[in-house]
Design a protein around this ligand. Structure first.
Ligand code: PLP
Length: 423
């Protein structure tokens, strides 16, 4: 951790990432194979449609879907998925999105699947039609959405069903797909953070999903700005037509037919809604290289590495006075996460905040600080960094305990004994 970083040049502190594949601190460690492919791709030019067509073939093989596309993150893939479901092959609608005046634009989604990421659907012009209730979350009942509610909400205006996959979600994805397909409506799945395991690359398609969005920069460890969209050939064709740069002279426009099928169009599409979601040749090459390396990886070895690191983190912090820890394998994250409980009032946010304001910054998971907990995720740490994180937490928890006890100053660790949780 003492080596010079490029960030030093700008006076920006490095981050030690103990919270997993979070975009706001850089996502994941890109694979060396991807970096090498990106450097190689940077040396020369390629027609992007050719490279996307090759990527489409490979993604189809890997996912079992008819076709695929390399997108600008999973979120970019969701914009394109919605755009494809709204516009299909219609040149006029493609050119007008996100204006959907006069065309169907509704995506049916359970209330419990609404997240900040569905702004991506709305960016393409979709209106979200919510179904179900929040009873399970609020504890006012045991249910969220019923199969019949999907069927009830699907109508003339529906272009897709939206589904954010979590292993504990109900009803099962296969059932949702069956209902949607009975009504001739495609299902878009947000599976951004659902790999590994590699088997999940094809699982969603097997359940019947028509378009599936994965992050390229999370568990796959490709370039951070990439994503994968896998799905029906006609929908991926619409995606390509709306994403590729279309400042082409019609007389010589000859994109790969299996991806764009220019012959079936009355003319060259305009720059589409997806044009700002650019994916460069370097990112495309990097994602494809990362995908191969991801598929070749020994999954059992990686799972064991994450498990061992989680145990190491857990044992390390649990040894500190005032902290307890347990390893959570419930599936909220694809990796086991350590849930650390801070005993004593109000010190969790203080501790998490202090960790973040050090140099290097130490980021731990802060989603449940209001409950007196924070999380440690092994995915983006080396063992050396994990030890450093434990050392910083143990050291700071002593300081925080001292402050809470009104003793002030920097704690030595010894005088923290007996003061934590005492007030
Ligand atoms: C991370 C994430 C996204 C966004 O993925 P990007 O590749 O960063 O665009 C979307 N949905 C969910 C559920 C995610 O976890």
């Amino acid at each position: 951790m003492n080596r010079e970083h490029v960030y030093d040049r700008w006076g920006v502190p490095e981050v030690i990432n103990a919270t997993g594949t979070k975009t706001r601190i850089g996502g994941s460690r890109i694979r060396p194979e991807a970096v090498e492919a990106m450097a190689d791709a940077a040396e020369s030019f390629v027609r992007l449609s050719d490279l996307q067509a090759a990527a489409s073939d490979r993604i189809a093989e890997v996912t079992g879907a008819e076709a695929g596309y390399v997108t600008n993150g999973a979120a970019g893939g969701m914009v394109l998925a919605a755009a494809a479901c709204i516009a299909g092959d219609d040149l006029g609608t493609m050119s007008r999105l996100p204006d959907t005046t006069g065309v169907a634009d509704e995506i049916v989604m359970p209330r419990t699947h609404r997240t900040g990421y569905d702004h991506a659907f709305r960016t393409a012009g979709a209106s979200i039609i919510e179904v179900g209730t929040n009873d399970r979350y609020l504890g006012t009942g045991s249910r969220d959405v019923e199969p019949w509610e999907y069927a009830d909400a699907i109508g003339e205006g529906t272009v897709a069903v939206g589904h954010v996959y979590k292993s504990y979600g109900t009803p099962p994805l296969a059932e949702v797909c069956a209902i949607a397909h009975e009504h001739d409506v495609p299902v878009i799945v947000d599976a951004a953070a659902e790999v590994p395991p590699a088997a999940n690359l094809s699982w969603f398609t097997e359940q019947g999903a028509d378009l599936v969005a994965f992050s390229g920069g999370k568990g796959i460890r490709g370039p951070q700005t990439t994503g994968i969209l896998a799905g029906r050939q006609d929908l991926i064709r619409s995606v390509a037509r709306q994403q590729l740069d279309m400042h082409a002279a019609e007389a010589v426009w000859d994109p790969p037919s299996r991806l764009v099928d220019a012959d079936s169009l009355d003319g060259v599409p305009k720059q589409g809604i997806g044009r700002p979601l650019k994916v460069g040749k370097e990112e495309l090459a990097g994602l494809l290289a990362a995908l191969e390396a991801f598929l070749e990886e020994d999954e059992d070895a990686r799972a064991a590495e994450w498990h061992d690191r989680a145990e190491r983190l857990s044992a390390g912090v649990a040894a500190a006075t005032g902290l307890s820890a347990r390893v959570d394998t419930s599936g909220r994250s694809v990796a086991p996460e350590v849930v650390v409980t801070v005993e004593g009032d109000g010190s969790t946010a203080d501790l998490v905040g202090r960790l973040r304001s050090e140099a290097p910054r130490v980021f731990v998971g802060a989603d449940s600080i209001a409950d007196g907990e924070f999380t440690l995720n092994p995915m983006c740490l080396t063992d050396e960094e994990a030890d450093y994180v434990v050392e910083r937490i143990v050291s700071l928890v002593d300081d925080v305990a001292d402050d809470d006890a009104g003793t002030g100053g920097a704690g030595t660790g010894d005088d923290a004994d007996g003061t934590v949780g005492g007030e």
